[in-house]
Write a protein that binds this ligand. Structure first.
Ligand SMILES: [Zn+2]
Length: 431
C-alpha cells in the first residue's frame, strides 16, 4: 500500500514538473562558438530543465507556445569562468597577507566568513561569471560548504569548483608565525609531512568532496617547498580519484618540479623560463596568468599608500607580464583565465575579477582568444568541457549576453553584461 502511494505521488509530481517547465527559446544576435572560437549569426538556443537541449538555425524552429527571450541585439556567450578565486578571503591593500590570515583565522568566525564569502560569490554572476574555481584560503572546507549551499539553492551564486585547503610544505604561505602557534596554519592549509602523508591528505580531501586539488609548489616568502616525491604522490593519488591538480608556483624552479611531478596546471608562473614553458606546451599543462591591468595596479598602489616611484614599478610589472604572456602563447601553452583578486578595491569582487580581461588584452591577447580562455579551455582543463564554457546540446544552460561589439571594443563590451542565465534560471535580465 505504501509503495502504491509512493508511486502515485511520484507520478503526480513528475507531471506537475513537466507542465511547469516548458522550453525556452533564446534568439542570439551573435553566437559565440567557443569550440571553434568564432562568432555565428542566426542561432537559436533551446533550454529545458536547466540544460541546453538544442542549438539550431533561428528560422527553422517552431517556437509557438514556448517562452521566448530575444537577445538578437546582443552578443551571446556561454557563462564565463574565473579559474582562480578566493571568495572566502579578503584583505585591504594596506593589510599584510600573513597578519591578515592570522586575524581571519582567529577573529572571523566560520559562520561570518561564509556569509561574507557568499556575498562575494554572488557578485560574480552580475559580471557574467557563472563558474569559479575557488583555490583555497577558505578555512577547513568552507568553499565546499558554500558550493553545496549554492548548488541546493540556499544561496544564489556561481557554480563553484572547490579545492579545499591548499596542500603545502610546513608554514604554508603564512610567514612569521611562532612555533607555538604553527597549529593555526592547519586551519587554512593542509601541511604535508612526507610522501605517505601527501597521499593521505588527498584522500582526506576526497572524503570531504573537493572538486580538485591545489598545491603550493613554493611558499614564498616562506622558504619551504614540497618535495618532488611529495608532489608525485599527490598527483598520482588525485588522478586515481579523477581529480585535477593545479600548482601555485612563483619561482621557475618550483614550477618545473611541479610539472615534472605531473600537475595539470600552473597558477601565476610569474618568473617562468622559456624551457619551462616548453615543457608545459609539450605536456599540455595550462597556465593561469593571474595578472592585473595598469589601472588596477595604480588603484591598488594608491589604496595601499605607496609613495615610492610606483609608476616605474608598475611599468616594469606590466612589461614583464606582457613579455611572459606573449612568450607562453607563442610557445603554445594553453592559457586559462583566472584573476586571483582578493583585495578590497571599493568595487564588488566580481567587478574586480574581470580586470584580468583588460590585463590579457593589454598584454596582446586577441578578444577571441581571451573568450576561449575564459570558457571552453578552462572547462576542458577541469574535465567539464561538455557541461560548461560551451553552448551546445547537453551543456548546462549558463548563458550570458553583452551589449556592444566585443571584437572592436573588447573591454567596454565585456563589462556590459545585460543578461545572465545560470542553470536555465535568469539571474539578470535584458529588459
Ligand atoms: Zn591565489
Amino acid at each position: 500500500m505504501r509503495q502504491y502511494y509512493c508511486t502515485f505521488f511520484m507520478l503526480l509530481f513528475a507531471s506537475f514538473l513537466s507542465g511547469q517547465q516548458a522550453k525556452t527559446y533564446i534568439k542570439a544576435g551573435l553566437f559565440y562558438d567557443s569550440e571553434q572560437n568564432e562568432f555565428l549569426e542566426n542561432k537559436l538556443i533551446v533550454v529545458e530543465n536547466g540544460l541546453i537541449v538544442e542549438v539550431s538555425d533561428a528560422n527553422k524552429a517552431n517556437t509557438d507556445g514556448h517562452r521566448w527571450i530575444d537577445l538578437s541585439a546582443y552578443v551571446v556567450l556561454p557563462g564565463l569562468i574565473d579559474a582562480h578565486t578566493h571568495v572566502l578571503f579578503s584583505q585591504s591593500p594596506k593589510d599584510d597577507f600573513a597578519e591578515h590570515s592570522v586575524i581571519t583565522l582567529t577573529m572571523e568566525s566560520e559562520a561570518l566568513r561564509v556569509l561574507r564569502g557568499s556575498k562575494r560569490a554572488r557578485s560574480y554572476l552580475d559580471v557574467g561569471i557563472t563558474s569559479i574555481k575557488d583555490l583555497g584560503n577558505s578555512g577547513l572546507y568552507l568553499d565546499v560548504a558554500l558550493r553545496d549551499a549554492i548548488e541546493e539553492g540556499t544561496v544564489i551564486g556561481p557554480r563553484i569548483f572547490a579545492s579545499g585547503p591548499i596542500l603545502s610544505a610546513p608554514g604554508g604561505q603564512i610567514y612569521g608565525v611562532e612555533p607555538k602557534h604553527q597549529d593555526l596554519i592547519s586551519g587554512e592549509y593542509r601541511i604535508i609531512r612526507g610522501v605517505e602523508d601527501a597521499k593521505i591528505a588527498v584522500q582526506e580531501h576526497v572524503n570531504q568532496g573537493v572538486d580538485l586539488i591545489k598545491i603550493c609548489a613554493d611558499n614564498l616568502p616562506n622558504e619551504t617547498v614540497l618535495s618532488l616525491e611529495e608532489m608525485q604522490a599527490i598527483v598520482r593519488t588525485a588522478h586515481g580519484y579523477g581529480l585535477k591538480v593545479t600548482a601555485h608556483a612563483v619561482t621557475d624552479e618550483s614550477a618545473q618540479k611541479a610539472i615534472e611531478a605531473g600537475v595539470d596546471g600552473i597558477e601565476h608562473g610569474f618568473n617562468i623560463s622559456d624551457s619551462t614553458l616548453n615543457m608545459m606546451a609539450k605536456k599540455d599543462v595550462y597556465l593561469v596568468p593571474t595578472e592585473n591591468s595598469r589601472e588596477y595596479m595604480e588603484l591598488f598602489s594608491e589604496l595601499a599608500g605607496y609613495d615610492f616611484g610606483s609608476d616605474q614599478w608598475i611599468d616594469r610589472y606590466r612589461e614583464a607580464m606582457t613579455e611572459r604572456l606573449q612568450k607562453a602563447i607563442k610557445i603554445g601553452v594553453t592559457i586559462v583565465a583566472g584573476s586571483d583578486n582578493y583585495n578590497e578595491l571599493n568595487v564588488s569582487r566580481g567587478s574586480s575579477s574581470i580586470d584580468m580581461f583588460k590585463a590579457y588584452f593589454d598584454s596582446g591577447m586577441t578578444p577571441l582568444d581571451i573568450l576561449q580562455s575564459a570558457t571552453i579551455l578552462s572547462a576542458t582543463h577541469l574535465g567539464k568541457q561538455n557541461e560548461i564554457g560551451v553552448l551546445k546540446k547537453g551543456a548546462k544552460a549558463d548563458i550570458i549576453a553583452l551589449k556592444g561589439n566585443v571584437l572592436t571594443e573588447f573591454y567596454p563590451t565585456i563589462k556590459r553584461v545585460v543578461f545572465v542565465m545560470k542553470d536555465g534560471k535568469i539571474v539578470k535580465s535584458a529588459d
